[in-house]
Design a protein around this ligand. Structure first.
Ligand SMILES: [Zn+2]
Length: 64
């Protein structure tokens, strides 16, 4: 008591944090992949839908 955490707890905490971050990063990656599945527009950075940029395509349609 009062001598600080035993090393095993430090290791367990480190492993927990390590895997926690891994899972978090993995989920983020999947979310981003799903969000930008078809890519990002090179002009405006919007998400591509149906191989078209909703913003640039709309502008084009508006101009024509
Ligand atoms: Zn665009």
């Amino acid at each position: 008591m009062g001598v600080g955490l035993p090393p095993i707890y430090a290791i367990i905490i480190s492993i927990t944090i390590y895997f926690g971050i891994r899972i978090f990063v993995g989920r983020r990656k999947k979310m981003i992949e799903r969000d930008i599945g078809e890519g990002i527009c090179a002009n405006c950075g919007s998400k591509i839908e149906n191989k078209k940029c909703p913003i640039c395509d709309r502008k084009k349609l508006g101009n024509v």
